[in-house]
Design a protein. Structure first.
Length: 173
């Protein structure tokens, strides 16, 4: 995952419905590992085979300026709210950096209103395009039309992280 020949170890701990931790260790010598990062992330369960633990890291999603970006989906929420957030991160010279994060699914229920937001992103060269669609509907008023919102934003990679480009943000109905 980084530039050296030694393999890294990735581990997760699941604490509860939305509690957990995500760790990366870098091998230093034959029996020694150094903690690179510990994040309070509960990795979203996306495994298909129950016999193989899901550590939340798949193939790299992109390579930009020599940095290999990986995605981890984190589950969060509480009473009436549930979310899935995508974190894009990389390792460079033994340092862990989160380059971007964004909601890919958010659901909430409050005062007879259901809200659902679904987001996605795409990386093209050094730009990250983020799109989300959401709706809000009153669960008691069966004749009410849902409120629908669409958002698009562009983020540009500055060598370390993706920075929002405010002149490109667009919201519509």
């Amino acid at each position: 995952m980084d530039n050296d020949s030694e393999l890294e170890v990735i581990a997760t701990i699941e604490g509860g419905a939305h509690l957990g931790h995500f760790f990366i260790f870098d091998k230093q010598s034959a029996e020694q590992y150094k903690l690179v990062t510990e994040q309070p992330w509960r990795v979203a369960d996306s495994r298909l085979d129950e016999s193989v633990p899901d550590i939340g890291v798949k193939e790299p999603v992109a390579e930009i300026d020599g940095k290999v970006l990986y995605q981890t989906i984190v589950a969060d929420g509480g009473s009436g709210t549930s979310s899935r957030t995508a974190y894009l991160w990389y390792l460079e010279n033994g340092k862990f950096t989160v380059a971007w994060n964004g909601e890919i699914r958010l659901t909430s229920t409050f005062q007879n209103n259901d809200v659902v937001e679904i987001g996605t992103y795409d990386i093209d060269e050094d730009n990250l395009f983020y799109f989300s669609n959401s709706y809000k509907i009153n669960t008691e008023d069966k004749k009410a039309q849902p409120e629908i919102k669409q958002t698009a934003a562009i983020f540009k990679f500055n060598g370390q992280t993706f920075v929002p480009q405010p002149s490109y943000k667009k919201t519509g109905q």
